[in-house]
Design a protein around this ligand. Sequence first.
Ligand code: AMP
Ligand code: GLY
Length: 424
Amino acid sequence: MNILLLGSGGREHAFAWKMIQSPLCDTLFVAPGNAGMASIATVVAISPTDFEAVKTLVLENNIQMVVVGPEDPLVKGIFDFFKNDAQLAAIPVIGPSQLGAQLEGSKEFAKEFLVKHNIPTAAYDSFTAETVEQGCAFLSTLQPPYVLKADGLAAGKGVLIIQDLAEAQQELRNMLIGQKFGAASAKVVIEEFLDGIELSCFVLTDGKSYKILPTAKDYKRIGEGDMGLNTGGMGAVSPVSFVTDELMQKIETRIVQPTIDGFQKDGIEYKGFVFIGLINVKGEPIVIEYNVRMGDPETEVVIPRLKTDLVELFLAVANEKLDQITLEVDERSATTVMLVSGGYPEDFEKGKIITGLENVTDSIVFHAGTKFEGTDVVSNGGRVMAITSYGDTFPEALAKSYANIEKIHFEKMNFRKDIGNDLL
Ligand code: AMP
Ligand code: GLY
């Protein structure tokens, strides 16, 4: 069958790499893709949120399944667009309905869902411009640090954690009245601060049954020792040693199961990935957020460890037959190290020629922000490429990624040299 994958990052390159290994996949189309995907699939220069252009592409190329990488098209309702269009209704979209995508699109919606279904989460309240003074008063009843979250999508920047009360109150005003994050901060969730180790749980669901995917940890800060600004993610490791069977059991029974049951109880159509952000507070997992997509760069270590055919998995999701599939996982560790543009996550330059890729051996290069300029591969984003390797242990895998990075060059290339150090 012909398949369309929407997105352009390392996550999508990892999906593409896996999907083309499937005998079920004839032609893989990717929109808009990147230089890495252009080498293995048919890339089409359309935006994933231009639904009419997606429709034309699908109909003209006899595409029989659409896999959605990023959250944007999901929050904008691509699942419902297909479902409600007579010509597209029979074509499955892997991703939640617009209602389901609100779990990521609105922090308040997510909090209400969590509370309603008795899923452990931090105490909270939410405020608007009209209730800003109540919000300031509420802050003064809490202990520092204060956690302020813009309700809507804010490109991963909408969460502020502040030590000082007066500063937190001022930031609340900036968000609600000063529109610090535009419309995304017209509403703000104020949340109890949770002190513990962060971890993520990745789930694939057909809306009724589910599969928990291999565990992964990402490294969000730009600097070594987890210092400096937040990024999309600088590297990842799978599996995560501190996630014991006991902890996983708690996550499944207290969080994953009630989440999927909640979809059914609330009539939320959900055929896709759920990425649950957790904080482990003294052995008790507590939800801090839902995302309605896979993590990036976690996908670049999770997908390589899946032995099961990904297209077969997606078909089972579409046909609500996920319960009939056994997930097979590679026992080896996988690690990935992200190469980024100098200056990222602040201002950076694009268009740097990337050399040495042909010398990489024993690692997989997943492109993120790259494109072709003639026959040159050039940088085209902050996160440029993820270098993934396998090993019997994660230090062994990491050593391969770092050895291959030595062979790759582009002007002002930057990467973290301490991925996984905290797990040693
Ligand atoms: P989010 O966008 O909800 O993932 O939040 C971004 C980051 O803020 C998370 O990765 C956590 O490091 C942190 N965070 C969010 N909520 C809390 C909380 N309630 N307590 C402590 N840290 C939090
Ligand atoms: N790596 C975190 C994310 O994808 O949101």
